[in-house]
Design a binder for this molecule. Structure first.
Ligand SMILES: C[S@@+](CC[C@H](N)C(=O)[O-])C[C@H]1O[C@@H](n2cnc3c(N)ncnc32)[C@H](O)[C@@H]1O
Length: 316
């Protein structure tokens, strides 16, 4: 496979298609449509009449998806929306319920590589980190306004940064002279503040990850989506989520377990299709290092006909 083609191959593509069990005549939602990589494959697999509704809160992503998915014509609807608003989006489109839901969480390669977004510590740009322009508070605002204790809490909670207190204090000391404005300034400050050994990850990695999660409210969006999505799935419909962070995976796992639990006097509403998370093969990770921390989990909504089915197949 060509290097360029591999780089843009959606993460865990075959697994997503298998667990979604894509078929013609069904309706799918890709809540993180990005450039439309997974969406395109879902449309191809559900040919000739499968329908795809693609959401992304990033205007640029929606523009790219619109271009890339144009050949599928009226089988595609795209909307610039937060996936946590799934229920109202479907209502606006007069869609009652769907047969498959996909979330491929986190940032896209395009967002990471766009220096103006300020998401990557490897690109010089403003300290912004917003994935959507509708978010009002940037990373720069957070580092200007919050106390050292609050900043340290963010770095520890979302980045598990062991030097959180030290970095937070250095940020607050620096802003008394001149607040940080760019990714490069924050990287310099971290490099001067914490020890950096050879062979370890870059010392700014965890701080950047933690700030991005906080700026975009990533964990809360996922929680809200999970609280709302069950009602928009048809019986037999499937939900597939790819996460890249242990906190996200924990949220997904605990929701799925709760849904699949048989309480006294009630039936479980879902069955778990992935008793263990599915991870990419070594070949996928070596072709696309971004995939290395991906974990896929999937569930199927039960109907009275399928009640009691446990750990069903992926359909792969
Ligand atoms: C990893 S990329 C998805 C790539 C996509 N699966 C593909 O194949 O091209 C994640 C996308 O999710 C979007 N995103 C993240 N959080 C979101 C949210 N709460 N609502 C809508 N889109 C979100 C990001 O803007 C980004 O475009």
């Amino acid at each position: 496979m060509e290097a360029e083609e591999t780089r843009h191959r959606p993460v865990l593509l075959e697994e997503v298609l298998g667990y979604l069990n894509c078929r013609s005549g069904q309706v799918y939602v890709d809540g993180t449509v990005g450039s439309g990589g997974h969406a395109r494959a879902i449309l191809e697999k559900s040919c000739p009449t499968g329908r795809l509704i693609g959401l992304d809160w990033d205007e640029e992503a929606i523009k790219r998806a619109r271009e890339n998915l144009a050949p599928f014509g009226s089988r595609v609807d795209l909307a610039q929306k937060n996936f946590k608003d799934i229920a109202s989006v479907l209502k606006d489109l007069s869609v009652g319920a769907v047969d498959g839901l996909l979330l491929d969480l986190g940032v896209s390669t395009e967002q990471l590589e766009d220096g103006e977004r300020g998401i990557s510590f490897l690109r010089h740009g403003p300290l912004d980190m917003r994935m959507s322009r509708e978010i009002k508070v940037s990373a720069r605002d957070i580092l200007r306004r919050l106390s050292a204790a609050e900043i340290s809490g963010i770095l520890w909670q979302y980045g598990e940064e062991r030097w959180a207190k030290r970095i937070a204090k250095a940020i607050v000391r620096q802003r008394q002279v001149r607040p940080l404005r760019t990714t490069g300034e924050l990287v310099d400050l971290i490099q001067k503040t914490v020890p950096w050994g050879k062979g370890r990850i870059h010392p700014a990695t965890r701080t950047f990850q933690a700030l991005r999660i906080r700026v975009n409210d990533e964990l809360q969006n996922l929680q809200t989506f999970l609280d709302r999505c069950a009602s928009v799935l048809n019986p037999g419909g499937r939900l597939v989520i790819i996460s890249f962070h242990s906190l996200e995976d924990r949220i997904v796992k605990s929701h799925f377990r709760r849904w699949a639990k048989k309480e006294k006097g009630t039936f479980p509403s879902f069955c778990i299709l992935t008793p263990k998370p599915v991870i990419p093969s070594l070949a996928e990770v070596s072709a696309n290092p971004k995939a290395r921390s991906a974990k896929l989990r999937a569930v199927e909504k039960l109907s009275w006909k399928t009640e009691g089915r446990q750990n069903g197949g992926s359909g792969l």
